[in-house]
Design a protein around this ligand. Structure first.
Ligand code: AHG
Ligand code: MN
Ligand code: MN
Ligand code: MN
Length: 360
């Protein structure tokens, strides 16, 4: 249906969502969620672009460290609040989980009058949103591209559960810990030369570009398809001595032109997952943050970085794996658990999986 919807140019995000939900009524509730994400994305884009003019660069004066053990930037916290507030008032959200929140946040259904005359009713809904409000934030003060990553799950009707080790997974946490295969929508917003919104609803990957002249995200690539092969590999090679041997072999092959394609690839790595994945989607090749001897699970977080990006890449015809397991098949046991990630062009990922002795 999306190819029909996307046949004309000048389709704004709101029109795309209206027409997509006309054809797929079950998507209707997502319309208000995407409208909230769109508003949050415009707001965050503004905050990031003007940060050196408004004193929003740098770290929190409090020196606060988040649950990841990372010192929080002012923009990490502000962008988190922007997204939480935007999503809370859709009336569709049951639970929110964020890189910048220790635990999932339950959208309580109290009625709260936030303004003198208007009673803004905040009601709980049945969706779960997971997000990384500002990805690549260590780069943001240098003007290097950053992004927002989000995923949307339906309520899993999880009950409170006592695990074999005696730990308790309460209902709220249970709703959050879902495999990427359960995602009903996933996307990212890239704050770069333009502000791009790229997302999937499970029927292809669609790319929009923000047009400041009309204040709208406009459809610029209705059905993104990642090339089956690329000529770029994208890793933080400072860690390469610590990588698994199959990955060292793959990277050595593409670095020297002795891999499956006998082609010498270029290395491109900006240290912002959203920027590196966006380039990989459009140009092809392989992006990864692999495990190494120090970080046996790698660095990227499954729930709100690896899984949403894997859904987007797979829907664009690419692949996403830990090197041994399809990312979307992993059942999370912890909100902030990390997984090794290699994703991108299908044939490049397959070549690497072959070296791991895995078939995809
Ligand atoms: P975040 O800024 O949300 O904490 O994520 C940063 C991640 C990801 O964007 C990027 O791919 C990776 O960190 C870069 O890590 P290194 O600087 O260790 O290469
Ligand atoms: Mn961070
Ligand atoms: Mn991130
Ligand atoms: Mn982040």
């Amino acid at each position: 249906i999306f190819t029909e919807v996307c046949s004309q140019t000048g389709i704004t995000l709101s029109r795309f969502m209206i027409e997509a939900t006309v054809a797929n009524p079950q998507l209707a509730e997502l319309e208000s969620i995407f409208s909230a994400i769109e508003t949050a994305g415009k707001t965050i884009s503004n905050l990031v672009r003007r940060s050196s003019l408004t004193g929003l660069t740098g770290y929190l004066d409090s020196g606060n460290v988040n649950v990841q053990g990372e010192e929080q930037k002012k923009l990490d916290v502000i962008t988190n609040d922007v997204l939480k507030n935007a999503l809370k008032f859709t009336g569709r959200m049951g639970v929110l989980a964020s890189e910048e929140e220790d635990a999932p946040v339950e959208v309580d259904d109290d009625v709260e009058s936030r303004y003198d005359s208007i009673l803004v009713e905040r009601t709980a809904g049945q969706y779960v949103a997971v997000f990384d409000p500002l990805d690549g934030s260590s780069n943001v003060d240098a003007g290097i591209p950053t992004g927002t990553i989000f995923g949307i799950f339906e309520d899993s009707n999880a009950e409170c559960e006592v695990l074999p080790d005696g730990s308790i997974v309460d209902e709220c946490l249970g709703k959050t810990l879902q495999p990427g295969a359960n995602l009903v929508a996933a996307g990212y917003i890239l704050y770069s030369s333009s502000t791009f919104l790229c997302f999937t609803l499970g029927a292809g990957t669609h790319m929009f570009t923000y047009d400041e002249h009309i204040g709208e995200f406009v459809l610029t690539d209705p059905d993104v398809k990642i090339p089956s092969r690329g000529k770029i590999y994208s890793f933080n090679e400072a860690n390469c001595q610590e990588w698994d041997e199959p990955l060292q072999k793959y990277v050595n092959g593409v670095r020297t032109g002795t891999g499956e394609t006998s082609t010498k690839y270029s290395s491109r790595y900006i240290g912002s997952m959203v920027g590196d994945v966006h380039r990989t989607l459009l140009y092809g090749g392989l992006f990864g943050y692999p495990a190494d001897k120090k970080n046996v699970c790698g660095k990227l977080r499954l729930l709100y970085e690896a899984a949403p990006m894997s859904f987007i890449v797979e829907q664009a015809g690419g692949k996403a794996s830990t090197g041994r397991t399809r990312i979307l098949d992993i059942n999370p046991t912890n909100v902030h658990q990390r997984v090794p990630v290699v994703l991108g062009s299908a044939d490049d990922v397959s070549e690497l999986l072959g070296l791991y002795g895995e078939t995809d």
